[in-house]
Design a protein around this ligand. Sequence first.
Ligand code: PHE
Length: 340
Amino acid sequence: MKSKISEIKVEIDQFEINSIEQLEHFRIKYLGSKGLTKELFSELKNVPNEQKKEIGQLLNQLRLDAETKFEETKKVLSSSKSEENKLDLTRPGEDHEIGSHHPLSLVKREIISIFSKIGYEVSEGPEIEDDWHNFSALNFPPEHPARDMQDTFFIEKGEKEIALRTHTSSVQVRVMENSKPPIRTISPGRVYRNEAISARAHCFFHQVEGLYIDKGVSFADLKQTLLYFAQEMFGEKAQIRLRPSYFPFTEPSAEVDISCTLCNGKGCNVCKYSGWLEILGCGMVDPNVLDACGIDSTIYTGFAFGMGVERIAQLKYRVTDLRLYSENDIRFLKQFKSGM
Ligand code: PHE
């Protein structure tokens, strides 16, 4: 009997349990109502009296060992089971919300891509400018109202004036000073004007200005380039019209309108029943500007144009309040998700 007990003890110790099924098998085999420990207990009556006490103790210990192994293994198995539940690899992944490009970036990129198709390169320059690049080289007379404190954020006044650039024409001055014609460049960037913030004006906005200088560049080239741009940006049906205007750095100068994108020129409340929407300023580069930038105006001519990115975006997306572009309201920005 003793040796039988120790054999079963070894068996119990070595019994491998890796699953709930094996655990149940173990329970039935050693602890069940027809299990081995029960069977041994029932054999106790055949043991001689003087050995009963010792054998009884051994049997009790054996049953305790089996029960302990059962309980402990059960604990291990059930905790690893809940671990498995936590890690369900078949569950769909968590959705990470992807951000979107800012509408002004979308429009700026589109403008750049339209002009790069016809050979324009992108040039950039500093937002803090000196008087020469922002005004003087561009033929602004000293008393010109645009230099006035009302329009310009001055950083330093006096002999060497430093200001936040009021347009990216300043970048074009830098390009003209540093390269030789033919020049085909567009200058996107942020510009600053000292204006009260409202739905229609802001103290900063974005521009893309263009410049083309070569031998024999004419006003007809300018017109054709702008028509190409309008039709690429607003669709084949878009038409343009030019109205005489004035800029110190261009002569002659014009404001450009496109046929209203909403009513196709018939007249609606967006175009104030005129059929036309103003989109940019342009003109032939003034010979004074070419000479100031080291380009011989007796050999070369050129045209320049400048547009507000906010204005183009407004016409494209019908955003009526300029302030929305810089308020970072996620409900506004989310609407441009489909943009690339
Ligand atoms: N620089 C002008 C502005 O900021 C725009 C412009 C550029 C007009 C080039 C004509 C030619 O308003």
